[in-house]
Design a protein around this ligand. Structure first.
Ligand SMILES: *Cc1c(COP(=O)(O)O)cnc(C)c1O
Length: 360
């Protein structure tokens, strides 16, 4: 059977090569006679898989030695609480709200301690990232939290160097981690749920600078203490072994693509193609400001009312699926993560043009 063009926002498309390798190794991993799913997480086979995954992630992202890489569970959503539990230290933190996810992060952190809204673009519909001059920053904040790619609203930050640098910077990179090179040293902590751009659901990656460890609230569950997790090499309890293995295969695949510089070029080409198709049409519209148009999640609406369901139905007939926008914003959304080939975006833009001709 042909694979379909899958534009899901997450869990999302994975590289076909990776799925094929996982299939080939499913019953018998590298001659050991068992599946990765059946291995003790403390055995030498799985330790090797985990260590290799960490080494490859460090190489891909150029993660400095004074950062820990943690493979955790609970999704990015648990990080919304785990970050303030670990970093607030009785102080206050600043949040920039630029879409649904950073808003959720801000709300959850309010349950843990004192947080301030440093800026929000909600009134103007979450279509951009605010300039530093618009932000009301607390120079004594324990950290500043940003979401560098808002998956639902399609708002991405590209210029990390321009982000405020007066306090430790914490970034939710769930939906664009590994999509381009990143200067990790600009951040105190980076986190991402794996199921958008890394691997299957069930794994959360946290990259945290050493000096931020050891400040966790004493009342917090042990499992949520970054320092303890780091001490135990992410194996305080059973980690999501198969998801880590799959992420490891994706890291190898990214290296074969030429690393993140090459991956970024590929992502740019795909995004350019789709945004050009939207700009050239009268039927499709993307509301996001040019400077923040996401290369990973491209939301667009149909300017003609009542056509959405027809669009989705006809797309499906052309093998284009999971294109419906999030219920909070409506319209469509094409998620074009690393694993989406250029041919997938070409199929989408060709369909969009045909649909416009037929219906407008
Ligand atoms: C999907 C997503 C989340 C939530 O991730 P879960 O793993 O489902 O908890 C948080 N932030 C961003 C930017 C996301 O895309």
């Amino acid at each position: 059977m042909e694979r379909i063009h899958n534009f899901s926002a997450g869990p999302a498309i994975l590289p076909q090569e990776v799925l094929e390798q996982a299939r080939d190794e499913l019953l018998n991993w590298q001659g050991c006679g068992m599946s990765v799913m059946e291995m003790s997480h403390r055995g030498k086979e799985f330790s090797g898989i985990l260590n290799q995954a960490e080494a490859d992630l460090r190489e891909l992202m150029g993660i400095p030695a004074n950062y820990k890489v943690l493979f955790l569970q609970g999704g990015a959503t648990l990080q919304f609480a785990q970050i303030p539990l670990n970093l607030l230290g009785g102080g206050s933190a600043d949040y920039v709200v630029t879409g649904s996810w950073s808003k959720k992060a801000y709300k959850e952190a309010q349950k843990i301690g004192t947080v301030r809204l440093a800026g929000s673009t909600e009134k103007s519909g979450f279509t951009r990232f605010p300039a530093n001059a618009e932000l009301d920053l607390d120079p004594n904040a324990a950290y500043l939290h940003v979401c560098t790619n808002e998956t639902i609203h399609g708002v991405e930050v590209f210029d990390y160097a321009a982000l405020p640098d007066s306090v430790p910077l914490v970034a939710d990179m769930s939906s664009h981690i590994l999509s381009c090179p990143v200067d990790v040293s600009r951040f105190a902590l980076i986190y991402a749920g794996a199921q958008k751009n890394v691997g299957p659901a069930g794994l959360t990656i946290v990259i945290v600078r050493d000096d931020l460890l050891g400040r966790c609230a004493v009342s917090a569950p042990t499992l949520l203490d970054y320092a303890v997790q780091a001490e135990h090499g992410s194996m305080l309890n059973t980690p999501p072994t198969y998801a880590i293995y799959m992420a490891g295969l994706v890291f190898k695949w990214l290296k074969r693509q030429g690393g993140l510089v090459a991956v970024e070029q590929h992502n740019q080409a795909k995004a350019d193609l789709l945004y050009r198709a939207i700009a050239a049409s009268t039927l499709y519209r993307n509301p996001v400001e040019l400077a923040n148009r996401s290369r990973m999640n491209v939301p667009f609406t149909l300017t003609q009312a009542g056509l959405d369901e027809t669009f989705i139905g006809e797309a499906k007939k052309r093998g284009i699926v999971q294109i419906k926008g999030h219920s909070s914003v409506g319209g469509m959304r094409a998620s074009i993560y690393n694993a989406m080939p250029l041919e997938g975006v070409q199929a989408l833009t060709a369909f969009m043009q045909d649909f416009e001709k037929a219906h407008v």
